[in-house]
Design a protein around this ligand. Structure first.
Ligand code: PRP
Ligand code: URA
Length: 209
């Protein structure tokens, strides 16, 4: 079974509370999400392997650790996952970015795919899938299905707020994919929105409501 890492650092929780507040405007919401993504990225990458190389400091030579990963690919689930991408790119500027376009059908709440474009390196990369909301889990499961069909092997999933229902669905479908989340909320409502949640993440990031 995959691990659920709850990244409840005080700075993350403080910023998340500001995001949840319904009067927080689009600009602030977006900036906070970028800041939280950077903070979460620090933990999401904690087990990345390192190797040492010989370097020369101004004082003497030393064996210095550097990352030993082939490539890092960040995969936002469109649209809202885009809001978590810049923060991670600030930490890992050489990372590649793949995109998976999914939206939830408003009646059935099941995911509908409309776009998928991945870097060719994805197969041998450390892949970080990002989406602020894990509600029913349908979108996350579908995105991970696509990635595995295309050969990706090492995948982790990073989200901001999750419902317990979504975590269970994701763990059952992809027991090899660790989940990194800032807060696990109470439940889903009748429209499959997370309660208390923060509303529609895509609309709040892009100002479409
Ligand atoms: C939201 C969110 C997730 C999905 C989560 O996207 O960003 O992708 O819902 O819900 P689920 O766990 O029940 O699948 P939405 O479908 O609203 O699309 P958008 O990002 O384009 O607004
Ligand atoms: N998608 C969102 O943007 N918010 C939710 O609460 C659930 C799904």
């Amino acid at each position: 079974m995959s691990e659920v890492h709850i990244l409840n650092h005080p700075l993350i929780l403080h910023k998340l509370s500001l995001m949840r507040e319904k009067n927080t405007n689009t600009k602030s919401f977006r900036e906070l999400l970028t800041e939280i993504s950077m903070l979460m990225g620090y933990e999401v990458t904690r087990d990345f392997p390192t190797k040492t190389i010989r370097i020369e400091t101004p004082i003497r030579e030393m064996e210095a650790p550097i990352l030993a990963v082939e490539d890092i690919v960040i995969v936002p689930i469109l649209r809202a996952g885009l809001g978590m991408t810049d923060g991670l790119l600030q930490l890992m500027p050489a990372a590649k970015v793949g995109h998976i376009g999914l939206y939830r059908d408003e009646t059935t709440h099941t995911p509908v795919e409309y776009y998928c474009k991945l870097p060719k390196e994805s197969v041998d990369s450390e892949v970080i899938v990002v989406d602020p909301m894990l509600a029913t889990g349908g979108s996350a499961v579908a995105a991970l299905d696509f990635l595995k069909q295309r050969g990706c092997k090492s995948i982790r999933f990073m989200c901001l707020v999750a419902a317990p229902e979504g975590i269970k669905v994701l763990q059952d479908a992809h027991p090899d994919v660790d989940i990194f989340v800032a807060a696990v909320d109470e439940c889903l409502n009748e429209n499959c929105y997370i309660v208390p949640g923060l509303g529609d993440a895509g609309d709040r990031i892009f100002g479409t409501k």
